[in-house]
Design a protein around this ligand. Structure first.
Ligand SMILES: NC(=O)C1=CN([C@@H]2O[C@H](COP(=O)(O)OP(=O)(O)OC[C@H]3O[C@@H](n4cnc5c(N)ncnc54)[C@H](OP(=O)(O)O)[C@@H]3O)[C@@H](O)[C@H]2O)C=CC1
Ligand SMILES: CC(C)=CCC[C@@H](C)[C@H]1CC[C@H]2C3=C(CC[C@]12C)[C@@]1(C)CCC(=O)[C@@H](C)[C@@H]1CC3
Length: 329
């Protein structure tokens, strides 16, 4: 029986590189590209079929920033698949990022220079907005849309014929101080990305607590810093290319400058086929690339308490109820 692997945000960057690498690792899987834009998804499928002509690839349209679209897409997934073995929750945004050059220069001459490059801590702010669903866009796209998707396809994820895995593309930019339980959508503040990724870490821990018994397991990954469309929103592509030699130098300091989507997908690929009993719910799996360009995976304990994860889970369940009432009064 073919393993069914669904990937959100599969048409570019880390998601697309993951598709390539999964097909190279196991050409017997059925891959489902869950994308918001059908044309971009078709282009991705064409590219994947060129390198893997016998690949079995489906497409489902899902905009994780829209509840209506998530409900429609989830229905299609339920109808199409009896079971889903892997769900990569990878789609994500960082809208209108701004660099603090002052913090960058100060950081360069401080003892925190390595962690600054590894996490981007204190270097970036974003401007968020409210979606048609009345939610903060970064929160809805990076977290809540994905959460609703999981809840909607629960019957095909929790099945008797073996465990299923949820794999979240989180970030080392996830930071406790950017997140607040009383403002979990990050209405007040300019670090919505960091807050959403921290919320993702909390959610993954809670999902394990509530779903492991039913055969569903959740892990979080940091792909490292990768030059994708997300990074081209921070600085234009030609500037990144211009400072490439500096970036390779930075790679000597920190193994987290994975730079290419191929390298960034390392930990996501590593989790595919892992025995679920060997996974640690409280750990984040990082894609790393050494100065010589070798890829490997490193794990680190996350900076969170299970109690906060429980409290956040309760809040997200309450929000789900509220949203369902609005969608289906
Ligand atoms: N690049 C980096 O350094 C890092 C990235 N990450 C995370 O990796 C993930 C992938 O990003 P990356 O590959 O870098 O960037 P890309 O911008 O290349 O990929 C993001 C993907 O998400 C999709 N997407 C965005 N919004 C939605 C939506 N509302 N509904 C459905 N799909 C959507 C995009 O689709 P479309 O093409 O239609 O916009 C695209 O396919 C993100 O979660 C990001 O936060 C984490 C750490 C570092
Ligand atoms: C490399 C040089 C000389 C300058 C670039 C400085 C910053 C723009 C850059 C340094 C560390 C980067 C970084 C991210 C964005 C760009 C930086 C701040 C992220 C926050 C991007 C998104 C993520 O999820 C993180 C893992 C990245 C961490 C590092």
């Amino acid at each position: 029986m073919r393993k069914v692997v669904v990937i959100t945000g599969a048409n570019s960057g880390i998601g697309l590189a993951l598709c390539e690498r999964l097909l190279s690792k196991d050409d017997q899987i059925h891959l489902c590209l869950a994308c918001r834009n059908l044309q971009r998804a078709e282009n991705a499928r064409t590219a994947l079929m060129t390198s893997h002509p016998s690949a079995d690839i489906g497409i489902v349209q899902i905009d994780v920033g829209s509840i209506k679209s998530v409900l429609r897409g989830a229905k299609e997934l339920r109808e199409r698949y009896k079971r889903i073995d892997y769900l990569y929750l990878n789609a994500g945004i960082m809208p209108n990022p701004r660099i603090s050059f002052k913090a960058l220069i100060t950081g360069l001459f401080s003892s925190k220079v390595i962690s600054m490059f590894a996490t981007g801590e204190g270097l970036l702010t974003q401007e968020d907005k409210v979606t048609e669903d009345g939610l903060q866009e970064v929160f809805e796209t990076n977290i809540f849309g994905h959460f609703m998707l999981i809840r909607e396809i629960e019957p095909v994820l929790c099945h008797a014929d073996g465990p299923s895995q949820l794999i979240w593309t989180s970030s080392s930019n996830a930071r406790r101080s950017a997140f607040s339980l009383t403002d979990y959508q990050h209405v007040n503040g300019q670090e919505s990305y960091s807050s959403s990724k921290y919320a993702m870490d909390l959610l993954s821990v809670a999902l394990n607590k509530h779903y492991n018994q039913q055969g569903m397991f959740s892990s979080v990954v940091c792909p490292g810093f990768v030059l994708t469309n997300l990074a081209y929103g921070i600085l234009p592509q030609f500037i990144w290319m211009f400072i490439m030699p500096i970036m390779w130098l930075v790679r000597l300091l920190t193994n987290t400058f994975t730079l290419s989507p191929y390298n960034g997908a390392e930990a996501l690929l590593w989790l595919f086929g892992r025995k679920v009993e060997s996974l640690d719910s409280l750990v984040k799996y990082h894609s790393c690339t050494s100065g010589l360009g070798n890829n490997y995976v490193q794990s680190s304990k996350m900076d969170l308490e299970e109690e906060s994860s429980d409290l956040f889970y309760q809040k997200i369940l309450d929000l789900e109820k509220e949203v369902r009432k609005k969608t289906n009064p």
